[in-house]
Design a protein around this ligand. Structure first.
Ligand code: ZN
Length: 392
């Protein structure tokens, strides 16, 4: 079905969201964190995906819902998007979880992926075009290691290939102690005396008995985490991406090293034109995390609330700001949804109002402003917003 609003605002509903006359014409471009991000041709979005060792919580879901919205806003303005969301299925935490269940790591990961996919489908998060699994990119990581070694960006030590990363920590702007603490938190072991510098990280590492291992020129081993994402991004999307997305805690060390490794072998910089580092979800005053046990699972939320309510709970705020989840929030969101649905049932709202909704979304994905316009003007503007946010 094709809906027709004012003369300058025609969009097709069937394919979803193709807005044929985006406000601003050729100048219409997404702005992220205040910077314009015009796209010529196809937009490339790399979203750092799950380590499939446990069920999905609201903090995970927030990242993937925002990434999904970014894709929708691009498509709304006729920008083709190719998305890549990796699966980190070679990781020590997964190996330990699989061992605790008496399962092979790959089999265990697939079971967890199935549960994740079910949650994402329920939340109307569309599958990206590519969902590479780390275990299928072992040879690519080895090629990356070989290229880094050949260029002098890495060195071989006791079966490890270490990437020289002192400059990565420096460029992060973080105080040294904080950078060291974050590296340790994410398993980079900066106190390991084998490394020339505490900020050097493993591109390749030897495996202990019982850990996943693949043959390599440096002995049996497995990839380092940052190198996995560097290799998958290079393989799937090429030497650079338009947006690198993930939770805000991935900014350093993970995304900083992923970008640095890619840039070191391609000489293409920056690896990512912009970043969508989504604010963390807190509960009980602390970041929602498996390690601390303060979790709200997506499956539990969906037991009592609609997918639209959960999506709006995540989206009705600035994407980069951390926030605290309180169960009562969903009642407030349900009432806001009802207001939006009522607005959508009213006549009018085409032309300027609908264009205003699009403009707000293009302006740093400003959903609260778009909702304000949709509620005030109703009709076409509200219906458009419901479709873009996948709340209809
Ligand atoms: Zn990643």
């Amino acid at each position: 079905m094709t809906l027709r609003g004012a003369a300058d605002t025609t969009f097709a509903e069937g394919a979803g969201l193709a807005w044929r006359a985006c406000p601003g014409g050729h100048d219409a471009a997404l702005r992220l964190s205040g910077a314009r991000l015009p796209v010529v041709g196809t937009a490339r979005l790399y979203t750092c995906g799950i380590t499939p060792y446990d069920v999905t919580h609201l903090g995970h879901a927030a990242t993937f819902i925002w990434s999904d919205l970014l894709t929708s806003v691009w498509r709304l303005c006729g920008v083709d998007t190719v998305g890549c969301r990796n699966v980190t299925d070679v990781d020590d935490v997964l190996t330990r979880a699989a061992g605790a269940h008496g399962s092979d790591f790959a089999q265990f990961a697939l079971q967890q992926e199935y549960a994740f996919d079910k949650d994402m489908t329920a939340l109307r998060v569309r599958r990206p075009a590519y969902e590479p699994r780390a275990r299928h990119y072992i040879r690519t990581v080895q090629q990356l290691a070989e290229a880094l070694l050949a260029a002098g960006h890495a060195y071989l030590r006791n079966g490890f290939v270490f990437f020289r990363g002192a400059h990565v920590a420096q460029a992060s702007g973080l105080p040294r102690e904080e950078a060291l603490a974050r590296s340790a938190e994410f398993g980079d072991d900066p106190h390991d005396r084998d490394r020339d510098d505490p900020f050097d990280v493993a591109v390749w590492r030897p495996s202990a008995p019982g850990e996943p291992a693949w043959p390599s020129p440096w002995g049996p081993g497995r990839p380092g985490w940052h190198a996995e994402c560097a290799a998958m991004a290079l393989s799937v999307l090429g030497p650079s991406v338009d947006v690198l997305a993930g939770g805000e805690d991935l900014a350093f060390p993970h995304h900083a090293y992923q970008a640095a490794m890619v840039e070191a072998v391609t000489s293409v910089a920056p690896f990512a034109r912009a970043r969508l580092h989504v604010g963390a979800v807190h509960q009980g005053g602390a970041k929602m995390a498996k390690s601390t046990g303060n979790l709200t699972l997506v499956a539990d939320l969906l037991h009592d609330h609609s997918p639209a309510a959960v999506r709006l709970l995540v989206l009705d705020r600035p994407w980069h700001t951390p926030w605290e989840y309180r169960p009562g929030d969903l009642d407030r969101v349900a009432s806001r949804l009802e207001t939006l649905y009522a607005a959508a049932g009213r006549p009018g709202g085409a032309g300027h109002a609908a264009a205003g909704v699009v403009e707000a979304l293009l302006d740093d994905l400003d959903v609260p402003r778009a909702i304000g316009i949709a509620v005030a003007d109703g009709g076409e503007a509200a219906r458009l917003l419901l479709r873009v946010l996948a709340l209809a």
